[in-house]
Each structure stands twice: as structure tokens, then as C-alpha cells.
Design a protein. Structure first.
Lengths: 522, 162, 112
């Protein structure tokens, strides 16, 4: 961690910092709750450090209060600063930072719903996760809430934003959609063809995952992490396992770290192919869609031959991986060689088809300012000038030993996002080949008998963007596990991306952002 | 003839009728009742060139009102319960329901909690269970064929005692 | 246009003929867990590690039974991993669709 930065913060906030602890690359600063806004604002604007996660914990039994954590990422230094504040049960309020850091909006509403801590001055204090039929005063993530209680349904109504005026029509869509996608509600306001406002309403698939983590033992919890966002299984499992390994202070064998790279990149391949197929379908380019789907299926079948699961499940465990894939080297290389040739042909065809380009160029613009303000991550962010990639900025597994480029663009339209994906496919193939050629000999798993009490961040770059876990272990059980899926950041951007576009372009924009409902809702 | 026999014969007739109705083509509406989206990946794979379920006359349609069968994934979350019931009621009778994936079968790893309902059959009647996490596309095709009585189910309750 | 025709012809038909012909899962696939009564010692290891808790051990009227329900099984293979005697094995069988939940149960029992 860069000492200069810490000194600057120390100088500025001298007497206000109550406590300071460092563990690994994480610096925890405890401050009084009324200082939080100023300190967060300083870190965010002065160091250009994005807010990557924010969560509360219920520590009433141990320390007598709730805590709210703000996690900032220092990309150049591969470090994190976590601001901690105390919030007392008797006055369950803290000052909202949304007006200074827009990305905090949903996190604060989430804390309000799950812990009953109220962000004062939040511009949109409606409920987020609990629906209108959820009774007041029941907060699922508080320790005194039992996971198996079924609170009664009460009467209530959700207040949508109203857009009024001559010729303004509302189009409600969902939660059950026409395509094979997950549930969520969209409410368009249109004047003629162009969309003038979109309001999204999610959390239909809220399954209480964070609460469930606290009930499961550590080895079972890995399987739950795999099922938070099904098509990002590896990224979630890797992030979770890395948090555990960090707490345990275990060195993961090199062979396991290389294997994790291979798994992560295989996952990226089939996800990106699926997105390209989806975009081709939505612009009515059936030929491209069929070929992209065929290529995706080839990777899924390769996954099954290599790991026994099409979604690469059941491979990761705390300490390493559960299966060795070294003997499948030739098979992977052969399949990828064929895949690469087919893919290059296909993507050239797609990008040279005028009917496709006509639909995807200049559609669904996300400006760099918007992307930065909302902290848009992954390919969507990189297409809008946010040059961030966890693999490069906070290297994990074996990424620091392998060569790869991080494609970035500035135009922020559907084309840019598709182009970033197609470039990343090429990089992923390169990464898998490098990792296979230099796959070190040795164990695939370090034994972890008992994990000591402690907390740490785990992170990885999923095909959709960075996944952040914060895990707190107490007596070999999970005390709190905060999961931040990339979609949780990116969903907000869609409300801006669709503005001034026509309704028929919405599916393309949605697909190009590749958002997971389940990862968002958990 | 006893009452049981009569019921059996009626059941047989009803089955024949259903087969006649659904025999040649089946329209399927997929409903995600809170799955992790891996099942959606596999449902999408059903229409890719490799599995291509359209060759059996199986179509995935856009509205429950066009459908003969609901393919439900996910453990049925508290927030999706109402939407699932409304979708079920929108499907014209006679209708079939397939619970796809382990969560839909009995809640899977999400179990029965404040937010997760613990399986589709607690909310609507289910005709066929398709276990798997997620089931391979082949397993889904097999499940649909079992629901239509075109294939015999392979698994039977097994007890070994000593 | 030429390119499209060329690619289409070169790719050819990709569709597999399932279910007329079997589509076997590759070796190493994690499918239906099979119980072997003769090897099981009722130690209960598999019961405690099962993430969705679909394996139960019961003792009733002097009879011990170990039951697994494929309904809800997430095919993680933890049971196979921890079993000290190889009494539970994941097979390549994946055609598990069933009309009743009862058919998705497998049980082994002992009289003591």
C-alpha cells in the first residue's frame, strides 16, 4: 500500500480517526459516524478511488452497535481502504453519501431494508429488496431474525416515479418476460417512439443468500457462492475462496492458481459468446446467433468434459481446486484452436453486416461521467472509458504471471460493448493457452483445517465485471458475508443507457450490458 | 366394477386425451421463479443448433396464454410467488408443469427460508420433476418427453435392505 | 452473402439425434449418486457434508436406513469425496426426470 496516500489522509483527518488497522492490502479506518461523509468524499474525489462495496454488520452482541463499512479501491496501488462507522440501535441513522457518491444509492437502500438503519438525506428512500407486502420493523440480516420465519404479507403499494405530460405513455414490462430471461420489472415512459424515462424494479429473485451464508458451514458455503449468479459460478467461488484463504493465511499451490485462471477464462468465453449470440438474436441476425450459440455450446461441452459440469461447478474449494485438469490439456488446446478460427470468421461477418452495425452503433450510450458516477464495471465500464480490470489492478490467482491486454474503448454504445467482448474472447484464449503451457507441477489443494477468526475481502473479475466478497469468520462459521455482484452496479446504468432510444432497441441494450438478475437480487 | 377401476379408466381416458392434444406439438413457457440463471442458460441451449428442440414440435413461446406447459425454474421466492400463480392461471387448461432444476424440485441449496419457498409443488401442481443443478439439455428434453408419456421414466424408487 | 453460404456449408449439420440415440455424459460427469449397501457403514459423514441436506440417516424399530433424495441434490460430489468406504458414487446417469417425488428416493437399510 502506498504510504503517501495514508499520510495524506492522516494529515487531513488527524484527530478524527479513532482506530486504524491493516491486514493484507486492506486498511480499516474507524471514524465517528458524522465524519463519514467528509472522509468518504475526500477519498473518492481526491484519490479518484471508486466505492466498490458498502455494507452493514450487526455487531450488537459483541460491540453493542451496528457497523457500516464503506469500501474504496485504490487500483494503482492494489489496495483497499475501508471506512467503518458505528451506528447505535437506539438512533439507527447515518448520513447518506449518495449526493456525493451516486454509486452508494442502492447500497444505502439495501442497508435500510436489511438492517433497519436509515440513510438520512437519501434522494430515494423507498424500499429496495423488501417488497411492499413486507411488514415494517422486520429486518432479515439482523442477528435476532431467524432465517426460517415467514413474515406475514401486509397491504402496501409501491410508488413508481411518475412521468406526466401530453402524449406520454407508460409501458410496464415484467416480471415474467417474453424471452427466456430472469424476472424483473421495467416501466418505460415514452413520448412517441423514444424512451424518456425508464424505471427498473428488481429483487424478485431475492433468495436471502447473505442470511443463508450465516447458516451454512464453510465447505458448504462455497457451493452457495457458486449459485448466486449461475453463469458466473467460477468467479463467485474463486472470490469467496480467496477471502477464506486470505483469512486463513494459506498459500494456494501454484498449480491450483493456474487452474483457477483456466476455469475463469473458460467461463468468460461461454458468457461472452452467449452475449454476442443474444445481441445477434435481438438485431434479427439469425445466422450470427445460430453460429454464436453453436460456439457457446462447444465451450459448454468442453467444460463438461474437463470438469464434469457444464457451468464449471464444484471445482473450487477453500485452499485450491478439487479436480486436476492437467490431463485434459490437449483436448482443451485442440478445441480452442478450432473455436478460435470459427470465432474470428464469425465476428468478422457480424461486424461487416450493415444491418447489424446499423442497429448497434450509437445505440444505448453510456457516457464516461455516468459510468464513473454509478461505478459501472466490467466490459460495460471498459466500453465507456472506465479502464479497470480486477485481473490487472488487483491480481489474483496467477494473473500476475501471465500476459494479457485489457481492451478499453470510450464510445460506450452497444457496438463498443460487443467489440470489447470479442476482443476479450481473444485475450481469454491466449490466457488459457499460456496457463496450460506453463501449468506448474505440484498439489492442487492446500489443506485448511481450521480458519481463524478474522475478516477479509475476496475479489475476482467475472465475465460481467468485478465480484467483491467481504467475509467475516467467527469460530469457524460465517458471521457475515457481503456479496457484491457486478450487476448490482451496472443495473443503475441501464436507466441512463436507454434514454432517447426507441423501445425496440431496449432488448439489445439490455443484452449488451449482460446483467444478472439473480446476482443482483441474491 | 369398483370405484377404483372406474377412476383408473377415467384417468386412462384423460391421459389419452391429453396425449392427443399435446401429442404433435407442445408450446412451452419458461418461468424463472428465482433461479440462479444457470437453468436459463440450459433452456437457451435447448434452442441452439445442437439440441434444437423445435424438431420435436416443441416451441418456447412468449406468453403463458400461448402455452401448454410451464417450465418452472427456481425455488419460488417470496417476491415471485404471486407472479408465478398469475402465470399459471393464465395458461389455458389442460396444462402441464415441469419443475426444472434442483431448486424447483425442493428448494435445493436455497431451502425453505424467509425469502425462498422451497420448491414449485408447494404452490402449483407439478407433473414432472427434472433434477440437476442445472440439468443438462438432454435431461430437460428427456423430462419433457416423460411428461408427454413419449418416453418411459427411467428412475424408480430403489430400496436395498439387508 | 458468399461468406455466409460458405460458412453454412462448411459447418454442416450440428444437431445431435437425442433422444433416438443416447447422448452419453462424458467420464467424470457428476450425475446420479448411487448407494452401495454392502460398503456402507452408516458413519453419517455424507449426511453432515451435504449442502442441500438431501441425505438422511434414520433409526426406527431396530432398522437403520440411509436415504438420498435426488430431488434437491446439487450433484456437488461432496458425499463421494468424504465417504471413507466408497459406498456412494456419482454416476454418469442424468436422465432423472420423474413424475413423482417418491421415485427420486434411494434407500439402503440394515436390521440390527
Amino acid at each position: 500500500m502506498n504510504i503517501e496516500n495514508i499520510d495524506m489522509i492522516r494529515k487531513e483527518f488527524k484527530s478524527l480517526i479513532l482506530n486504524e488497522t491493516v491486514s493484507h492490502n486492506e486498511l480499516y479506518l474507524t471514524v465517528k459516524k458524522d465524519v463519514a461523509v467528509k472522509l468518504c468524499d475526500y477519498i473518492y474525489h481526491h484519490f479518484d478511488a471508486p466505492l466498490i462495496s458498502m455494507f452493514a454488520t450487526d455487531e450488537r452482541k459483541i460491540e453493542g452497535s451496528f457497523k457500516v463499512h464503506y469500501v474504496f479501491s485504490f487500483d494503482r496501488e492494489d489496495a483497499f481502504i475501508i471506512i467503518k462507522i458505528d451506528v447505535d440501535e437506539k438512533s439507527p441513522y447515518f448520513k447518506s453519501i449518495t449526493h456525493r457518491i451516486p454509486a452508494a444509492s442502492w447500497y444505502e437502500r439495501e442497508i435500510q431494508d436489511m438492517f433497519g438503519l436509515v440513510p438520512q438525506g437519501h434522494p430515494d428512500p423507498r424500499r429496495l429488496i423488501n417488497f411492499e407486502d413486507w411488514p415494517d420493523g422486520v429486518y432479515p440480516l439482523r442477528k435476532d431474525f431467524d432465517i426460517s420465519t415467514k413474515p406475514p404479507r401486509v397491504k402496501g403499494e409501491y410508488a413508481y416515479r411518475r412521468v406526466e405530460g401530453e402524449g406520454v405513455y407508460e409501458i410496464p414490462v415484467g416480471p415474467v418476460h417474453a424471452g427466456v430471461i430472469e424476472p424483473g420489472h421495467f416501466r418505460f415512459s415514452v413520448a412517441g417512439e423514444p424512451i424518456i424515462n425508464l424505471e427498473i424494479r428488481h429483487f424478485y429473485t431475492h433468495k436471502g443468500v447473505e442470511k443463508l451464508f450465516e447458516r451454512l458451514s464453510l465447505d458448504k458455503a462455497v457451493f452457495l457462492a457458486e449459485r448466486i449468479s449461475g453463469d458466473n459460478s467460477v468467479a463467485h467461488a474463486v472470490a469467496f475462496c480467496q477471502a477464506l484463504e486470505k483469512i486463513a493465511g494459506v498459500d494456494v499451490p501454484l498449480r491450483a492458481r493456474y487452474t483457477r485462471v483456466i476455469l475463469c477464462e473458460l467461463e468468460r468465453l461461454y458468457n461472452h459468446l452467449g452475449d454476442i449470440a443474444g445481441i445477434a438474436t435481438d438485431v434479427a441476425y439469425g445466422f450470427g446467433a445460430a453460429h454464436a450459440n453453436k460456439l457457446k455450446e462447444e465451450i459448454l461441452q468442453l467444460n463438461e468434459r474437463v470438469t464434469g459440469s457444464r457451468m464449471l461447478r464444484g471445482m473450487n474449494a477453500a485452499g485450491g481446486v478439487r479436480r486436476d485438469i492437467g490431463d485434459k490439456k490437449d483436448e482443451i488446446l485442440l478445441t480452442l484452436a478450432r473455436f478460435q478460427r470459427d470465432f474470428r470468421e464469425l465476428i468478422e461477418l457480424i461486424f461487416s453486416t450493415s444491418s447489424v452495425m446499423d442497429r448497434i452503433e450509437t445505440t444505448g450510450h453510456i457516457y464516461t461521467d455516468t459510468a464513473k458516477g454509478l461505478h459501472v464495471v466490467g466490459p460495460a465500464g471498459r466500453a465507456s472509458g472506465m479502464d479497470r480490470d480486477t485481473r490487472r489492478d488487483h491480481p489474483y490467482a496467477a494473473y500476475d504471471e501471465l500476459n494479457f491486454k485489457v481492451p478499453a474503448m470510450k464510445s460506450g454504445d452497444v457496438f463498443a460493448r460487443t467489440k470489447i467482448r470479442s476482443d476479450e474472447v481473444a485475450e481469454s484464449i491466449g490466457l488459457i493457452e499460456q496457463a496450460l503451457w506453463s501449468l506448474p507441477e505440484g498439489d492442487i489443494r492446500a489443506e485448511i483445517r481450521k480458519i481463524p477468526d478474522g475478516y477479509a475481502l475476496g475479489y475476482s473479475e467475472a465475465p460481467r465485471g468485478e465480484v467483491i466478497y467481504w467475509v467475516n469468520i467467527k469460530e469457524n462459521r460465517i458471521e457475515r458475508c457481503k456479496v457484491r455482484d457486478p450487476s448490482f452496479c451496472n443495473w443503475l446504468a441501464i436507466e441512463y443507457a436507454v434514454l432517447d432510444n426507441i423501445v425496440p432497441d431496449f432488448p439489445i441494450i439490455n443484452k449488451s450490458l449482460s446483467l444478472s438478475y439473480s446476482g443482483n437480487d441474491m | 366394477m369398483t370405484v377404483e377401476d372406474e377412476i383408473e379408466i377415467m384417468g386412462q381416458r384423460l391421459n389419452d386425451r391429453i396425449n392427443k392434444i399435446f401429442g404433435r406439438s407442445l408450446h412451452i413457457r419458461e418461468v424463472d421463479a428465482g433461479s440462479c440463471n444457470a437453468c436459463e442458460v440450459e433452456v437457451t441451449a435447448l434452442s441452439n443448433p445442437v439440441y434444437d428442440i423445435e424438431r420435436f414440435g416443441l416451441h418456447i413461446v412468449a406468453s403463458p396464454r400461448h402455452a401448454d406447459m410451464l417450465l418452472v425454474t427456481g425455488p419460488v421466492t417470496r417476491n415471485m410467488e404471486l407472479a408465478l400463480l398469475k402465470t399459471y392461471n393464465a395458461v389455458p387448461s389442460p396444462k402441464l408443469v415441469a419443475a426444472m432444476g434442483s431448486c424447483a424440485c425442493n428448494g435445493g441449496i436455497f431451502g425453505d427460508t424467509y425469502a425462498s419457498g422451497g420448491g414449485v409443488d408447494r404452490f402449483i401442481p407439478v407433473d414432472v420433476y427434472i433434477p440437476g443443478c442445472p440439468p443438462r439439455p438432454g435431461a430437460v428434453i428427456f423430462g419433457i418427453m416423460v411428461a408427454l408419456d413419449k418416453l418411459e421414466q427411467k428412475i424408480r424408487k430403489k430400496e436395498v435392505r439387508a | 452473402m458468399f461468406e455466409i453460404i460458405r460458412k453454412t456449408l462448411r459447418t454442416g449439420s450440428q444437431t445431435i439425434n437425442y433422444p433416438q440415440e443416447p447422448d452419453e455424459a462424458p467420464p467424470g460427469f457428476r450425475g446420479k449418486p448411487e448407494l452401495f449397501q454392502s460398503r456402507c457403514t452408516c458413519c453419517g459423514e455424507c449426511v453432515s457434508v451435504c449442502p442441500p441436506s438431501v441425505i438422511w440417516l434414520k433409526e426406527e424399530n431396530g432398522e437403520k436406513t440411509l436415504t438420498i433424495s435426488y430431488c434437491g441434490c446439487i450433484f456437488c460430489g461432496r458425499c463421494e469425496e468424504v465417504c471413507p468406504h466408497g459406498a456412494i458414487k456419482l454416476t454418469q446417469e442424468y436422465e432423472l426426470a420423474s413424475k413423482t417425488k417418491d421415485d427420486l428416493l434411494a434407500r439402503i437399510g440394515w436390521r440390527s
